[in-house]
Design a protein around this ligand. Structure first.
Ligand code: IFM
Length: 399
């Protein structure tokens, strides 16, 4: 098997998000949603992985594995607990994380918005509020003032297309709306808010690349599904990929393939291999979406998330290897791909599905919060250290 290689400055990391790992993010819209008996959430995020306290243990793990980057998010609901009132303690907390990343040889990749908003913002209409772009811009300004000199890469809004789709069209994330017109308004607000955040991030201290992280899929039309496919591609991907001109990179986040029939998305074929999320097992999605994102946006690409929910860790190793080979093939073809972040470092709170989905390369005991690295963590670290992926998948799985 040919050896895949990665450039010297390539980022190998693991990604997390504040609400999914910190615990007790009580001032956020998601905390309220999880505690609404009608919302359909499996669990409360509760103490999550207690990373609010154990963050340095998490960084030590990332470092010990041999990765050179860590992606985490700053929690708006903690940083701005009331409109215009900023918590110096919360900002200082994130400053210590950024500083410690540098001490540990990790590039801090900082996301400013990852799904949650403060309750006060949701009470004012959330992403439908005419204030949203200005509010996110002023939050970004305060975050940059506090930690901008240490940021390695900044991501403005994580998967804005998922927040709009799940919250305003499918109604399964807060604020549980199912309305196409409102979905379109919110989608536009996402792009406007992104621009306000880019401007704020660039105006502050530090010189770091800024980009948006988009959820993408390998989309296909089956017979008669061409119109549905084209509509999904436009609303969920291309409208964003066209709006990021002038950014420094585009973050690609991808998990599977989606097929469209005349009435919308169709089930994956009977007998196809599935992940615990019910997704088609499809690591090839990474190469597909990286190529698409680069072609449509014209920007350098960072794979800011990909991964698999699996109890069987050998499946995760197989997924990582195949995904990374796809990235290496893109690089070999001359595409500017700058990093690969596995989702996720820790088994954590998977939103509506609670703690039922083990995406992590590190297991977390739900009583003691003890972290235990899985073989996939060691494997990913080995690839990161050597910058090579040459071992046949079967041999990797046997290790
Ligand atoms: O856990 C999520 C993450 O918050 C956003 N991207 C997809 C992940 C897996 O579903």
């Amino acid at each position: 098997m040919a050896t895949s290689t990665f450039p010297d400055n390539f980022l190998f990391g693991a990604a997390t998000a504040a609400h999914q790992i910190e615990g007790n993010n009580t001032n956020s819209d998601w905390w309220a949603f999880e505690h609404d008996p009608n919302a359909g959430c499996r669990d409360s995020s509760g103490d999550a992985c207690d990373s609010w306290h154990r963050w340095d243990e998490d960084l030590a793990l990332v470092q010990s594995l041999g990765l050179n980057a860590y992606r985490f998010s700053v929690e708006w609901a903690r940083v701005e607990p009331a409109p215009g009132e900023f918590s110096l303690v919360a900002l200082d907390h994130y400053r210590r994380i950024v500083e410690r990343c540098h001490e540990r040889g990790l590039v801090p990749v900082v996301t400013l918005h990852h799904f949650t908003i403060p309750r006060w913002m949701s009470e004012r209409g959330g992403f439908e509020s005419p204030e949203i772009a200005q509010r996110l811009g002023s939050y970004a300004e305060r975050v940059t003032a506090a930690i901008g000199d240490g940021i390695g890469l900044a991501c403005t809004i994580n998967e804005p297309n998922v927040v709009a789709l799940m919250g305003y069209l499918l109604g399964v994330f807060p604020p549980s709306v199912r309305d196409r017109a409102r979905f379109e308004v919110v989608s536009e607000a996402m792009r406007t808010s992104h621009r306000a955040m880019v401007d704020a991030l660039r105006a502050g201290p530090g010189q770091f690349p800024v980009g948006l992280t988009l959820s993408m899929a390998e989309m296909e039309a089956i017979e008669g599904g061409e119109a549905q496919y084209a509509q999904a591609l436009e609303h969920l991907e291309d409208a964003y990929l066209r709006a990021v001109g002038g950014d420094d990179f585009i973050g690609v986040q991808c998990y599977t393939r989606l097929r469209f029939g005349p009435d919308g998305p169709v089930d994956i074929p009977a007998g196809a291999r599935r992940t615990m999320m019910g997704y088609e097992f499809r690591p090839e999605v990474v190469e597909h979406t990286v190529r698409r994102a680069a072609a449509v946006s014209g920007l350098p690409v960072v794979v800011t998330e990909t991964g698999i929910s699996a109890d069987d860790d050998t499946e995760r190793i197989e997924f990582i290897d195949s995904a990374m080979r796809g990235v290496a093939a893109c690089i070999a073809d001359g595409l500017d791909v700058r990093g690969f972040f596995y989702w996720t470092l820790l088994d954590n709170f998977e939103w509506v599905l609670g703690y039922s989905q083990p995406f992590g390369i590190v297991a977390v005991d739900r009583q003691s919060f003890a972290r235990t690295a899985k073989p996939s963590a060691t494997h990913l670290g080995r690839v990161a250290r050597s910058r090579e992926l040459s071992t046949p998948v079967v041999a990797d799985r046997a290790q």
